[in-house]
Design a protein. Structure first.
Lengths: 165, 480, 480, 165
């Protein structure tokens, strides 16, 4: 079983997990193998309907039940965890590629294809969760693609604007 | 007392809070679910569940026709609007009045007068309540705004007439930024409140946001439940509140003065429900009336914790014309300290909303923590809804104890699958000027706590998170 | 402050309460599990879990050798005993002292003096604290008891020297019942406390059980946190407690008098921890010292709720020699009212213990409820353990509000699979003399609330219960 | 599917339960048929991880998850619920048959086989859950069987004493 964990900035951590044996007092052992840390042993135990993880069977930490198949978990930032395989087509836009990370509505478009822009220029205003958010250029360059119209409702992951450096 | 059928026109944590109070008083709590939220967790505390057709807020919680149809069909006696949605809508109040249904809130005139910033300011002036210098009415254009701004001096604050909760507000430092911001506020005002009216006023430097809780009934009782300080804000929205105010501190004269000023205004509008008078207080402890919120507020629990007064049950009693639990101002006392952290589905660093689905949720709290929330494993936080999904409230003997308790609670609050601002709260509660109680509404901008949020914990935690998924897979296979 | 490693020598709800406090203060909470309770739910709040071999209490929580072995092996700095088990055992204190481990409780001399009823009575007399007339030392035989009883007059109370919590106590109305009861008390005293010593004393008619919470440290501070009334008892065990006492009511002079009397006794034994001085108060408001419990008590939460003082964190601070959160008597104030119902796995009518396994558990509570418990779906209540599995605590602005809240909470507390006394609490909280606050320790015998417990609800509920099982079966098939 | 519900006093309620169809909004219908009440319809719905039961799909009541196969539920007194079948050998002792309803230890035996007893006489003292419980005769009669010794540890369901009226 191999896990890939890919975080919001495109960083990727992967490691193998294999299930070991049940111990005498009801804990289940896991082996986690990584390139950087080698092999580590973890134990899981269910207690009064909750799950706990330990490395030494003495110090235990609560492991919340993660209930959906997407397996997104949260380590201050949200991470996508892929169980057992790496999905195709995943990747992260460069600073010049503006992609929505939440659904929203284009309130105002402030640029056009062919325009020269500087890093930090506001290119469009996106209303999402009742807030106006200024979407700014991540690099200096020329606007190559504008894939939105004013008033348009966008889904998450929509490519809005691409800038050529 | 005959049991009333109380309809809760709201969702999330406040719908739960209202339902708890309605049931405690022996009434029937009737709640809504919509097509966009069939798993509405607030229904756990409702006796009856009604389907509101539609998904958007406009089709459901703001849809007076559909709500009134339910009221007729289900024999509703009284409606609690919670906060937001129809809580300060006089048209809704009027329609309820016509349908002979009790609105659990103040009389419509109070909502109208206090809901309009220009009118409320005028009312306050007449009642002898100090107000911030600024335009006396709506400003129609950026040019007109510039004239007023020049008169009262920069920096100035632009705000939507119909606004609230920090939405539709911007500070302008100089004339060159005025026009762009004026347009933006008008746009936000129109889209959020359906009213593009804008006001201009003097911006107080190093201000404190201090508000007084009012509790009043139809029998002429107007009590205050002391103050809250809500100066920790981002984008003019409160994220941490506390009671009593650390800025007022031990200055009992000032406390009495601001509280009795609030009561004076409430009496001037014949206020007859729970409500909040908001003030801005300068470095010199002078304070000015900002606005009155004619509804129960998000941060009401900290007042409940320090006074022991249940604001919701009293609010319902007042509306139904029954005697309130509270009989006199003297009964209401502060004991201890309380702090609330608003838990939002947003990026802890950028503080931008981040909708998503909760797929893991655990609480392991110290003693003295109250968590008003609507979180469960599977909750979908939609862009339509407010990103606030919970309120972590700590209560203790003094401020230092409460900070310790809330920090412990934040460590024990695990929400997986969505981004939250829990890590930001951890930074703020550990930060020195917050711990010393020395902060103004500029706190976030000046201290920049978001920069101290840890980007990523150890790889160790990554393994554990992945194991949590594996454990679940194993248990599913075993049918546990 | 360096983090200490704190071992909790207890189980159930009090182990959870102690662990919460230890963690809040930044210490490491170390907990036990035993072969008879591998699913010990209190470990949820413990950082480290240690296996105590064996099943019976004698093999585990009373087994000093095994516990001391763990203390050495796991580098423990301090031990919290909770209540019961080794909480008032001076041998254990001595062994900890030898091992240079801090006992989170008072110094052993205070435990010894207050734990022995004859000695404590003598101490109280010397400190000028009034005591109930009775034998001055242990009574060896039924004949000797009869002599004392004749002298002080019937009715008399027989009680175990080493007892507590109502175990090993019997009232004797006349000489003919003395012999049989004396034997029974000796037997119970021997089996429960390992000490067959018995005392005889005057039995006060229509008495109130009123106790004062003490909080003291090693620095000479001895504070009180006001009183609790614990007069609702069955078989001399408290089942409902409240703070403040409705019998003392508004009589602030009496309140000050009983509280300062308690402080006087605590000072006389150089008390240096959390503890409770128990009094019996007659109809005429005269009060007599009963005993001092030199540990944290089951009913401590009601004091925490009305004063805002966290007794556990202060108790730990005191033992570790750190400054307590509380600095002066003046800081400690009562605001509002609190009531606790002990939820026990027992028959609601006969009030006899009824062990079993919980197979369904739900809480739907009003605002203002605290539920300290160790219940989960699957909990096995064993005959070895105390039948008390939870404490339902309501807090509110006044007594009437709290009664309303607790009644709401009892309606929302569902425990399936075992018998509980929830229905008995419902009857008591609805009963007029309780609601008026007019009750004595004779309440259960005189009012007989158990007779009003509904034997069986409608057949409708039977269908629903059966459907709940069916739903679970369906969900299991679907893997939900 | 037939349920038997047998309570502590030997009362017995039985009825048929059949599962109906899933409704549009995620509720599941059940039919409950009884001799006394005829057929009633109930609906079950899962909401945010909890279960609810309704008769009209408007008023809902929480139905705690009942998790073990024994299916003991609690309606002030504890009831044994048998799912789908009636187990053999079930029955309730008469007032003259004293059976333990919890594990305990015999502290004192106060009668013997052949003794004449009156209703209310204490026949033995059983220590259970740290309490001494007096076990009393339910009827007048003669002690036929004494099946315990002092100091003996008894399981639940142990026949201690039988009295012939």
């Amino acid at each position: 079983m191999r896990y890939y964990i890919i975080n919001a900035e495109g960083k990727e951590v992967y490691f193998d997990v294999s299930t070991g044996k049940q111990t005498r007092d009801g804990a289940v052992g896991f082996e986690v193998k990584t390139e950087s840390d080698g092999t580590k042993n973890y134990y899981m135990k269910s207690l009064a309907g909750k799950n706990y993880i330990s490395q030494d069977m003495i110090s235990w930490e609560k492991a919340p039940k993660i209930s959906n198949n997407k397996g997104v978990v949260n380590i201050n930032e949200s991470l996508n965890v892929y169980r057992g395989f790496k999905p195709s087509g995943l990747g992260q836009g460069s600073a010049g590629t503006l992609v929505t990370d939440m659904p929203g509505k284009v309130v105002k478009l402030l640029t056009a294809e062919g325009a020269m822009v500087q890093q930090g220029d506001t290119l469009l205003i996106l209303e999402a969760m009742k807030m106006e958010n200024e979407i700014k250029a991540g690099v200096d360059g020329v606007v190559k693609i504008v894939n939105v119209k004013e008033g348009q409702n966008l889904d998450s992951g929509h490519l809005m604007i691409e800038i050529e450096e | 007392m005959k049991a009333k059928r109380i309809l809760i026109c709201n969702r999330g944590e406040i719908a739960i809070r209202v339902a708890k109070a309605a049931r405690e008083l022996g009434h029937v709590a009737v709640g809504f679910w919509t097509d966009s939220e069939p798993q509405a967790s607030h229904l756990e505390y409702c006796d009856e569940w009604i389907h509101l057709k539609g998904s958007s807020n406009a089709e459901t919680y703001l849809n007076m026709d559909q709500i009134l149809k339910v009221i007729r069909e289900r024999g509703i006696d009284a409606v609690h609007p919670g906060y937001g949605f129809l809580s300060e809508n006089t048209t809704f109040c009027k329609k309820l009045e016509d349908a002979k249904v009790i609105f659990i809130g103040p009389h419509p005139e109070a909502i109208y007068k206090m809901g309009d910033k220009a009118v409320s300011k005028q009312m306050a002036k007449e009642a002898g309540v100090p107000v911030v210098p600024g335009s006396t009415g709506e400003i129609e254009s950026a040019e007109e705004a510039a004239v007023v701004a020049k008169e009262i001096g920069y920096p100035v604050l632009l705000k939507a007439v119909a606004g609230g909760g920090g939405k539709g507000m911007r500070i302008v430092e100089s004339e060159k930024d005025l026009s762009k911001n004026f347009d933006a506020v008008r746009r936000e005002a129109q889209s959020s409140f359906g009213n593009p009216g804008v006001l201009v006023e003097k911006f107080i430097v190093n201000p404190h946001h201090i508000e007084v809780q009012i509790l009043a009934d139809n029998k002429g009782n107007v009590f205050h439940c002391f103050e809250r300080e809500c100066s920790i804000q981002r984008r003019h929205q409160k994220i941490i509140e506390e009671a009593p105010s650390p800025f007022i501190g031990e200055d009992e004269d000032l406390r009495q003065k601001i509280c009795s000023t609030a009561v004076k205004l409430a009496k001037a509008v014949n206020y007859n429900s729970a409500g909040t008078v908001e003030f801005i207080m300068g470095e010199d402890k002078s304070f000015y009336f900002l606005e009155m919120n004619t509804r129960i507020q998000v941060e009401h629990p900290i007042t409940e914790q320090v006074t022991g007064v249940d604001l919701l049950t009293n609010m319902i009693q007042a509306a139904l014309g029954e005697p309130m639990d509270i009989n006199s101002q003297e009964e209401i006392k502060i004991n201890g300290h309380a702090i609330e952290c608003r838990v939002c589905s947003e990026d802890a660093v950028t503080m931008l909303p981040a909708p998503g689905q909760v797929n893991g949720f655990e609480c392991t709290f110290p003693q003295g923590i109250r968590f008003d929330h609507c979180i469960y494993n599977g909750l979908e936080v939609k862009p339509d809804f407010d990103p606030m999904i919970g309120k972590l409230i700590g209560y203790g003997h003094n401020r230092a104890v409460v900070i310790r308790k809330v920090r412990g609670a934040l460590r024990g609050l695990v929400i997986e699958g969505i981004k939250t601002n829990v890590a930001l709260h951890q930074v703020i509660l550990a930060e020195e000027s917050f711990q010393r109680g020395l902060y103004t509404t500029n706190y976030i901008n000046e201290v920049q706590p978001q920069e101290k949020v840890e980007e990523l914990k150890s790889v160790e935690s990554l393994y554990k998170k992945a194991l949590a998924i594996e454990i679940n897979a194993i248990q599913e296979r075993r049918g546990l």
